[in-house]
Every structure is written in C-alpha cells, then in structure tokens.
Ligand binder design. Structure first.
Ligand code: 3PG
Length: 323
C-alpha cells in the first residue's frame, strides 16, 4: 500500500513519432492508389461529377455500417454543430468535385502540380482573410512555388484551361475548408467529424451531378463504359475508388489530429510528390523538360517555405518562453 503506481506505457504511446509516421505512410499509400484507379476510370468513363458522388456515397455507406457496429460509436450531433460543419462540408464538396473535373481533364501529375500551390493560398488567406501578418521572408519563399507551377503549366502537354482553373478553384475551396475547420473545432473525434462531413458533402454533390451529367449518363455514359470494360469491372472499380477515397481522407483527418496544421500541409505536398512520380510512371505520361524542372522548383519551394515557417515559429516559441 502507498506505493506509487507507474502507468503502463505501451509501445505506441512510447514512440508517438513512429505512430505519426505510420499515419503519413498509410495516407500516402491510399492516396497513390486512389489517384491511379481514379484516372483509370476517367480514361473510360469521363464523368467527374458522377464519380465524385460515388466516392462520397461509398464512404457514407461505409460510415453508416461502421456506426451500426459501433466502430466507432456515433457521436451525437445537434443543430449548432451542424451549423459549424455545413460550411466545412460545402468546401470539401466543392474542392472535391473541382479536383475531379481537373483529374478527368488533364494528366494527374499536372492537377497535383497546380494543387501544390495550396500552401500559397493558405498563406494568402491567413494574411488577407484572417488578418494575420505573414513575414516578408515567408512570402518570398513562396515565389519559387508560383514560378515553378507557372513554368510547369506553360509547357504541360496535357494542359487545358478547364483542368487548370478547376484545380485552382479546388485550392481556394480547400483553403476555406481549413479556415472553417478551425472554427468547427469541437470536442468530437476526427473520425466522426469526417463521417458527418461526408454525408453533408454527398447531399451537396448530388444535384449538380444529376443536372449536368444525368441525361448523358442515361443516354450512353453507362452503356459506353460497360461496353468497354464490362459491368463487373465497372462496378468494382467504382466501389474500390470510393473505398480508397474515403480511407485516405479518413487517415488524412486522423493525421491532422496528431500534428500541427503546418506539418499536415507540408505532408500533403510531399504526398503530391509521390502521386506525381507514380502517375507519370504508371500512365507513361510524357512531360517536357521545362515541366519537369518547373514541378521540381515548385516542390523545392514548398520545402523552403516550410523550413522558413518552422524556423519563424521556433523563434516565436523561444522568445515567448524567455519572456
Ligand atoms: C479529391 O478527390 O477530393 C482530391 O483527391 C483531393 O485531392 P487532395 O486530397 O489531394 O487535395
């Protein structure tokens, strides 16, 4: 009696960095497979609004089944929470559909190169929407990112404006998504939050898909796809792409819970490096030398940006602890 009890320390709680690394690895792995399968589908079934609905619908069914078996237990939702989540889900839906319009229109590597600009949009939003002042060094470090993406775009062989502009709209949407997500920080765990976001996003995505693609799909979209690959492959491809979409987003959300938003944003850009590399190899896409150099400059620029940002934050932390 009276002995101090030592709390059992599990392997995973002892090595949190290892666990976080595992989250990043799983996120990247699921995302690379998602991107490849997704583009394979667009090559025979070019209907991004409908495919976006399928991505979300498979995820919603998965969540409903998970809730039914209690893994995880469904967290209750009320009107106030719903009000906070609706803008997040709306931006999630818009960013999702526009990313997919871009994936269907241009090479996957190009969409992800444009999407590498997301930290730039985030910095702009912090400064101009949230009114936080961003130091000039940080702005300057973003210049190579913008330059690299511009260089890459100018000679991108698959370039078209639809692919470029929709990827840019997805950058804006996802930046707003992170702003609203901060406001929607609640006590709810990330898995439950992502489930509710998926349900709302599905409701948002349905009407445009029905209006814009419904008639063509019924006329020849479905039958063309089935004629090309057969019903079984068509349905299984849609099922798996939805599963990978849901799972990578789920893991990305769980990762955000473990790391600072900056680390997450940088990790997201690193993810694009893998996707760009794998997609070029698997689809055998030709890229011009200038596009290759531009993409490399953009990615290096993001690395520089994160280094400077991390250093500035460290300096801020040190000066706060000294006062
Ligand atoms: C989507 O379908 O929403 C896109 O894959 C989003 O891309 P990201 O998660 O890589 O930004």
């Amino acid at each position: 009696a009276g002995e101090a009890k030592v709390a059992p320390v599990g392997f995973f709680s002892k090595y949190p960095a290892l666990v976080t690394g595992f989250f990043f690895f799983t996120w990247y792995f699921l995302n690379v497979i998602f991107n490849i399968l997704n583009k394979k589908i667009y090559n025979y079934f070019p209907y991004p609004y409908f495919v976006s609905v399928i991505h979300l619908a498979v995820g919603v069914v998965y969540c409903l089944i998970s809730w039914t078996v209690g893994l995880p237990k469904r967290a209750p939702i009320d009107a106030n929470l719903l009000k906070l989540l609706i803008p997040v889900a709306f931006c999630h839906a818009l960013g999702h559909v526009t990313s997919n319009v871009s994936f269907a229109a241009v090479a996957v590597s190009f969409t992800h190169t444009v999407k590498a600009l997301e930290p730039f949009f985030n910095a702009a939003a912090s400064q101009f929407i949230l009114g936080q002042s961003i130091p000039i060094t940080l702005w300057l470090s973003l210049a190579p990112v913008v330059l690299g993406v511009s260089l890459a775009s100018l000679t991108e062989l698959s370039f078209n404006w639809l692919g470029f502009i929709s990827a840019m709209i997805s950058n804006i949407s996802f930046t707003y998504r992170s702003i609203y997500s901060k406001k929607a920080m609640t006590g709810m765990d990330s898995t439950n939050i992502y489930a509710y976001i998926s349900i709302i996003a599905l409701i948002v995505c349905l009407p445009p898909a029905i209006i814009l693609e419904g008639p063509t799909l019924l006329k020849h979209g479905f039958s063309d796809a089935i004629a090309q690959v057969g019903l079984v492959k068509f349905v299984t491809d849609l099922f798996w792409v939805g599963m990978f979409y849901h799972l990578y987003n789920q893991v990305a959300t769980n990762t955000l819970e473990r790391v600072a938003p900056l680390t997450h944003a940088v990790g997201n850009v690193l993810k694009r490096v893998f996707v760009i590399g794998f997609s070029i190899v698997i689809f055998g896409n030709k890229i011009s030398t200038q596009t290759g150099i531009g993409t490399a400059i953009a990615i290096a620029g993001v690395a520089l940006y994160s280094l400077i940002k991390a250093k500035l934050e460290e300096e801020k932390r040190v000066s706060l602890s000294l006062t």
